[in-house]
Design a protein around this ligand. Sequence first.
Ligand code: NAP
Length: 242
Amino acid sequence: MKCALVTGGSRGIGRAVCIRMAELGYHVVINYKGNQAAAEETLAAVRAKGADGELLQFNVGDAEEVQRVLGGWVEGNKEKYIEVLVNNAGVREDVLMFWMNVDQWRNVLGPSLDGFYYVTKQVLNGMLLKRYGRIINMVSLSGLKGTPGQVNYSAAKAGIIGATKALAQEVAKRGITVNAVAPGFIRTDMTAELNEKELSAQVPMSRFGTPEEVAEAVAFFASKGASYVTGEVLSINGGLYS
Ligand code: NAP
């Protein structure tokens, strides 16, 4: 059974990606950190597309938990194979560097950068053995241009961009592609408290994007047709920056 694992699949962009993966016919493994009710809603949406899926709760930034829960899942589900991995889970904790304490640095770097490492390590071996796989990392405009007030978040996302390009070259011969998607302002819980009207004025398209618009790009990278595209970062930002 071919599976797509989406970290942070309970809400926002991750949920839209789960639904898109269901449309592509994947059995969707929906990771989330704590919001079980939202994760159940995603699963219902996946099933409404005629596909199936399951929930897998773990904190991507916790090495032991990823090993125990995801590693245990991989070990105990030999008939299932994660063909698509979407490293989407991420958080932001914005503060100017002058005031940023070490916890605010680690709280952001942990789930994003460490999480990429912990989760990908559990899944990569199966892809190498099958000589096929698609890894898509959710980064950000902040990782490309840097955003003031987000030194931690920008560093985490820039780190994943570097990892995307390096890993892409390591595994290219094995039929595995590794790409990244870099959204600008997307309407989700993460951006709920931002002043959308004011910030939209900075965007050439004069609006925030939708999770579905991001999921469409993930679907392209996940497709068989994207077989000669690897190590790329695709901006989805309404023309804000390129
Ligand atoms: P969101 O609405 O805040 O949702 C975050 C998701 O990540 C939730 O499913 C949450 O699970 C999960 N999550 C958070 N920490 C986790 C952890 N440690 N382990 C496992 N799951 C965890 O965020 P979003 O806006 O959809 O963002 C998704 C990704 O896109 C992030 O990587 C973000 O940095 C990136 N991004 C977003 C924007 C934007 O404008 N929204 C722009 C650029 C990049 P629970 O529901 O269980 O809490």
